[in-house]
Design a protein. Structure first.
Length: 125
């Protein structure tokens, strides 16, 4: 019960952000799809989950935040929905192909950078 109260208090303190614009919505959908199809494992609150379950969890958390106007950008999505547990405060981790686990925020930011670089390169042609 204390953890739930802490979670609500933390989220209550976040400033309202509005709704994500079309570009951010596209990027967020892309990141969720990349995670789900990555074959990576996702660590949350002491357990490893497959990428499909990771997407489901993050998508539910994202939807909750959007309903409350707490995510307006892709960076806020990563920070508020996909970086760590609001229950335990522990960071989420991603591990691909039995490699080293890394913070999910880093993994998602790398994927976002790749998407934006690819978009910039294709727009420069």
């Amino acid at each position: 019960m204390v953890a739930l109260g802490s979670c609500v208090l933390f989220l209550w303190q976040l400033p309202a952000a509005g709704a994500p614009d079309e570009v951010s919505q596209h990027e967020i959908r892309y990141l969720l799809t990349q995670l789900e199809t990555s074959g990576c494992e996702f660590f949350r609150n002491g357990d490893w989950y497959d990428a499909r379950r990771a997407r489901q969890h993050i998508q539910r958390k994202y939807a909750w935040l959007v309903k409350r106007d707490l995510v307006a950008s892709t960076e806020q999505f990563i920070e508020r929905a996909a970086s760590g547990s609001s229950r335990s405060g522990e960071p989420y981790l991603v591990r691909c192909e039995q490699g080293e686990a890394m913070p999910s925020a880093d993994w998602l930011t790398n994927e976002l950078t790749r998407l934006r670089n690819d978009a910039a390169a294709s727009g420069a042609d």
